[in-house]
Design a protein around this ligand. Structure first.
Ligand code: SF4
Length: 363
């Protein structure tokens, strides 16, 4: 699988701690695409597994003019065997998804899944968190994408905002996947400063949990199935790309700051190798992290306990099994975890505590 990081945004959202630059001038984007194509050519040999998914993430990939996207697609076709690709996702912001852009994407015939960052259907909230679009623009983007034949549509929402969370204006029939994230106040963001200065008051933890449950119920009622703490899909529409991250499938990350993940030691999952490239360095340097068996196990805990599939005992190295059973008992008693078919499966309540449980179980 391939991840392509597009590092540009029109403007920085107040809560965002992702790596992105607010500069999308024509020459900047063209230089980025030139460098990305060079990186594709240089590193294509590193991908020695069949490519099944491609994901354009950001930043804001929908900033890319169609002509630039076409250049990237051409380079991918030239350098990789894409005959087994099952899913190509592009993250998009509603304000970029004009009918013309959507038509161009459709004509390109490469992207078959759009992940649209709606975040809220309340214009005051959208302004508060620094989004550029309005609720109406978001609704129009989804409707237009659907009308132009994009049948695999995902939308992102944020809960934990100071609003009464409601979706009455949204037609869930048009989408196959929903990602719903709790707003987190990341240090160093504009939101962190606003909260510290009392200019923004966010709901307390109890209210955020209520919003999570209310949202979850609405989505289940609308025919979605929760498969990860923040992700819901209609049957068969789970994100193939993200599901493979959680299964620890190797991937090639391209673009500035993108991570790659590869396995060695004969493909054993117990020893992994993560490399983080410092992109565009003339000497081609990158940071590399070798994961020990303990690191790999801790990562497994972090990812598996966020999914509704849970942690299969078969995935756990023998030497950690007894410790895991003891460590899980308090969570079983709290009804956050159930042991089912040799898997530790988080309950809906347990999913909310997945990160804390995993951290407490680390070796
Ligand atoms: S559009 Fe996305 S990546 Fe860009 S600033 Fe906003 S949240 Fe961050």
């Amino acid at each position: 699988m391939i991840y392509i990081h597009v590092p540009f945004c029109h403007r920085k959202c107040t809560y965002c701690a992702f790596f992105s630059k607010v500069e999308s001038g024509k020459w900047k984007v063209e230089s980025y695409v030139d460098a990305l194509i060079e990186e594709i050519r240089l590193r294509c040999h590193e991908q020695n597994h069949p490519i099944r998914t491609i994901y354009f993430g950001g930043g804001t990939p929908s900033i890319l003019p169609l002509g630039e996207l076409e250049r990237i697609v051409k380079a991918l076709h030239e350098c990789f065997d894409l005959s087994q690709v099952e899913e190509v996702t592009l993250e998009a912001n509603p304000e970029d998804l004009t009918v013309g852009y959507l038509q161009g994407l459709s004509d390109l015939g490469f992207v078959d899944r759009l992940s649209i960052g709606i975040q809220s259907l309340d214009d005051a909230m959208l302004r508060l968190i620094g989004r550029r679009h309005t609720a109406n623009q978001a609704l129009a983007a989804v409707e237009n994408a659907h009308a132009l034949g994009f049948s695999n549509l995902s939308v992102d929402f944020i809960y934990g905002l100071p609003e009464t969370f409601q979706f009455s204006a949204f037609n869930f029939q048009l989408v196959s996947h929903v990602s719903a994230y709790a707003l987190t106040v990341e240090p160093g963001t504009a939101l962190a400063v606003q909260v510290e200065q009392g200019r923004v008051v966010l709901p307390d933890e109890e209210e955020v949990i209520q919003q999570y449950h209310a949202l979850r119920q609405q989505l289940l009622k609308a025919g979605f199935r929760q498969y990860e703490v923040s992700n819901y899909a209609r049957p068969g529409f789970e994100s193939k790309h993200n599901s493979r991250y959680w299964d620890r499938t190797p991937y090639l990350g391209l673009g500035p700051g993108a991570h790659s993940f590869s396995l060695f030691d004969g493909g054993s999952t117990s020893v992994a190798h993560v490399e983080k490239r410092r992109w565009n360095k003339p000497d081609g340097t990158f940071e590399q992290e070798i994961l020990t068996e303990a690191d790999a196990y801790n990562e497994l805990l972090m990812t598996a306990l966020r999914t509704t599939r849970g942690l299969a005992l078969a995935q756990v190295p023998k030497k950690y099994k007894e410790r895991l059973h003891c460590g899980m008992q308090p969570y079983v008693d709290l009804d956050w975890i159930v042991l089912k078919d040799n898997c530790f499966v988080p309950t809906p309540e347990g999913l909310l505590h997945a990160d804390g449980m995993a951290a407490a179980l680390f070796v």
